[in-house]
Design a protein around this ligand. Structure first.
Ligand code: G4P
Length: 551
């Protein structure tokens, strides 16, 4: 029997893998993701208070948040991944850009994490963006930990918030701690596991580690700390929770079916350490992943493997370079190592490997499963590519999302056509948007693009202009839904070889040549599905995985 270098763990690697926690913080904009990240970094000693305050001030000074951040590349660089050590854990926080619009970029990042912390504004409950991000995590079975934030402000009743997790997101919730009041009456949290109370004492905004005192709920000091009514309500709620009798089931957490819930206030740094400590104890280290061929890849195996989940060009305007971000799945990364791109069959020397923190780039000499490394230079890599020692490993984990907006992109200046086309090709390669060709249009045409959110088009135009000096004009198209179809058979022009189309629906091919129906409305989709159910291939909202046969 031949022994695969990916099958069994090596003790030295196992020790490194075991202490890694790679996760994303997901939230609706303004729920407090940045604030929470900042506090986590304080615990890791990776950020000084002075640094964090300045960062926020700069951020606040900018009105149009995202574009400004992009302009000052430094910040978007920093936000790809932050790594720090805390209590013998190596913590990798991957940023999911919190734009108001959805972008594929965000979703792709979620393929590279092993867990997620979901931040919810307790005054607002579950909001739309959270729902979408949550859905991606759920489909991957990623364990999700919930932080109900902003308890220092009036919050929705805690039991309602739990109900909402169950009814809106369909995940069971298990509060590991419980808030003592909210808003001006917020007095702290009760740690249900250790039966201890952590009293909240208001501190200067953002001060390092809020002071906590620890007592049981029956302690007279706890009772005295709050109004009689709040105390009674908390006791009733706790009784109700205990009465519900459910045990904390870690297996359900790891399967993504139960979310541990924490309450606190990120801005006041209250409840953050409780969350971080429990999260690091309960969240999984990098786990085995399955390669396209069904082979199990052990994260601590000797064989190296990784996949590209994000590519960004021109991060540093001074050097027109590209950074391909890889998530290591197994083995040990060593600078200068020579690996195989299993898609192209080419060998690649990973010479320029960097870890990016704020504006600083630091050379990475070695890294392990769960870590993210930025490969700087003109590597011929695409999103979803696998780098490995051996050709039999190929991950197909990067989902492509069905676009929800479509537009034609006009080049404003004929003289700059080449720049326009080159720039567009590069940005499409990075996955900023995807291109479609209408089936019956014939000949050269204005590129038709699809994206999950309109912001992707904005970014595309902005970057074409900034990086390639190509000015463009966007002409919105009416379609809002794309459905992938099985290939056409026989004479593609014969009406009987095609699905029946209702008004406003057209057929197109994506950049891989796969057949797609573009539809203008849910109503059109319903009509289409009724008529052509046997044509549909992809499970929505995902586009088909790589490897689907060409149409
Ligand atoms: P995001 O990354 O999820 O978009 O949210 P971010 O952390 O930027 O927080 C959004 C706003 O919510 C910020 O206010 C932040 O201070 C505030 N916030 C975060 N956590 C808490 C909390 O626990 N309690 C309260 N009351 N507010 C919180 P801002 O006005 O935009 O900025 P700033 O002036 O407070 O810095």
């Amino acid at each position: 029997m031949s022994l695969s270098p990916y099958a069994s763990p090596v003790p030295a690697l196992h020790r490194e893998v075991k202490r890694r926690r790679s996760f994303a913080i997901i939230s609706h904009p303004d729920a407090g993701k940045t604030t929470l990240t900042e506090k986590f970094l304080l615990y890791g000693g990776a950020l000084t208070l002075a640094g964090s305050v300045t960062a926020r001030k700069n951020q606040r000074a900018t009105t149009s948040d995202w574009m400004e951040l992009e302009k000052q590349r430094g910040i978007s660089v920093s936000s790809t991944v932050l790594q720090f050590e805390y209590n013998d854990c190596v913590v990798n926080i991957l940023d999911t850009p919190g734009h108001k619009d959805f972008s594929e970029d965000t979703y792709r990042v979620l393929t590279a994490v092993d867990a997620a912390v979901m931040v919810v504004d307790a005054g607002k409950g579950i909001e739309s963006q959270t729902r979408k991000l949550f859905e991606v995590c759920r489909r991957r079975g990623v364990p999700i930990f919930t932080f109900m934030n902003k308890l220092d402000r009036p919050a929705r009743p805690s039991l309602d918030l739990l109900d909402e997790l169950e009814s809106v997101l369909g995940i069971h919730a298990f509060p590991l701690n419980w808030p003592l009041g909210d808003g001006p009456r917020f007095r702290g949290v009760y740690d249900r596991e250790h039966k201890q109370v952590h009293l909240f004492e208001r501190t200067v905004h953002g001060a390092y580690r809020a002071p906590v005192s620890v007592k049981g709920i029956e302690d007279p000091a706890v009772k005295d700390a709050m109004e009689e009514a709040t105390y009674r309500q908390v006791c009733d709620e706790l009784e109700l929770l205990e009465g519900a009798g459910a045990d904390f089931d870690i297996a359900a957490v790891l399967a993504g079916k139960l979310t541990p819930v924490f309450f606190g206030s990120a801005a006041n740094n209250f409840g953050v350490q409780l969350l971080l400590d429990r999260f690091l104890a309960l969240a999984p280290p990098p786990l085995p992943r399955t390669s396209g061929g069904g082979q199990r890849i052990d994260p601590a195996a000797a064989g190296f493997s990784a996949f590209v989940f994000k590519i960004q060009a021109n991060m540093n305007p001074k050097h027109r370079d590209r950074v391909a971000f890889i998530r290591i799945v197994s083995g040990k990364f060593e600078r200068d190592m020579n690996v195989l791109n299993t898609r192209s069959g080419e060998r690649v020397r990973l010479a320029n490997s960097q870890r990016l923190f704020a504006r600083d780039r630091e050379t990475v000499d070695d890294a392990f499963a769960g870590d993210v490394v930025g490969l700087v230079g003109n590597y011929d890599l695409l999103i979803g590519d696998t780098l490995a020692d051996s050709p039999e490993v190929a991950f197909d984990e990067i989902p492509r999302f069905a676009p929800e907006c479509f537009a034609y992109l006009h080049n404003k200046s004929t003289a700059k056509y080449k720049r326009f086309r080159d720039g567009l090709q590069q940005l499409l390669k990075e996955g900023v948007a995807s291109e479609f060709q209408l089936l019956d249009s014939g000949g050269a045409q204005v590129p038709l693009l699809g994206a999950v959110g309109p912001l992707q088009f904005e970014v595309l135009q902005y970057r074409l202009e900034g990086e390639y000096a190509a000015e463009t004009r966007l002409e919105n198209a009416t379609w809002s839904i794309a459905r992938w179809l099985r290939p056409l058979e026989g004479d593609p022009l014969a009406p009987e070889a095609r699905p029946g189309l209702s008004l406003g629906t057209v057929l197109a091919r994506d950049s891989n040549g796969w057949l797609v129906a573009l539809l203008p409305s849910e109503w059109a989709l319903k009509t289409f599905t009724d008529k052509n159910d046997d044509w549909l291939v992809s499970e929505q909202p995902f586009a088909p995985p790589p490897g689907m046969s060409k149409g």
